[in-house]
Ligand binder design. Sequence first.
Ligand code: MN
Length: 306
Amino acid sequence: MPQSVLKATSENIKKMKSVYAHHLTDTLPPGALFQAKIPGCTITAYQSGKVLFQGQKAEAEASQFSHLKVAETKSEKIPTATKYSPPSGIASMSVIGSDEVGTGDYFGPITVCAAYVDSSQLALIKELGVKDSKGLKDPQIINMAKDLIKTIPFSLLVLRNEKYNTMQEKGMSQGKMKALLHNQVITSVLEKLDGKPEAILIDQFAEPGIYFKHLAGKKIIRERTYFSTKAEGIHLSVAAASIIARYAFLIEMDKLSKEAGFDIPKGAGSHVDKAAAKLIKLHGEDALRQFTKLHFANTQKAKKWL
Ligand code: MN
């Protein structure tokens, strides 16, 4: 269930209580100052100053109190089992998994991969050493990816920054770009298979509802499609997809380094600002368009180094 948490002074809690005067409940949970129920949201204020909004309208309901200048507001999404949660036993099923790389890197493209691992190939894939790519070093990624692309059906898309920047400037969010790319690679892996997979597992980057909203008007597969964060640890197909996507990202970064004439760094930290400044000095500001995600704060920070 969506929820929002707000921290309020006791005076503000009194104001909030008066807003909900006609919706107060008769009984209170332990430690509560008041509780109110309106359609789509339950509001509970605690002695600790915490005010909890729970339900579909939690966020909207909480936002109307932003003017109260409370100490701090934060929204938290508590993962709950939904129809999009991977079913138990998925680890041993035949699954298409998808994952992306490069969304947080200032330099380099976004690479998205979907890969299919049949249940009969799980042991083999495990033997190749496939696991969470975050724990793997670049040379291991490269070796494993080379094995994987010969072994399993997959589809890979590389969104280079020239195109990324154009889409971004037209108002497309990174979330929507990712949704379109995931959907595209999953669809093309499906086309390569004879039968249907038992499940499709997407390494979650957005709430499923938002993911499907981004894909309005596209051909989408909803049945047996599941979402999970850290999905690399849930099915080897996602781990394999992640390794192939990382491999493609490394190749692209290599190409960019050759074009730039120096090593192009990953990430978005201050070392990246300096590299961007170096790029501008060597190749002019226009080069950023091809090399970087222009809307990142790094663009402005780089100019301070000039
Ligand atoms: Mn991911």
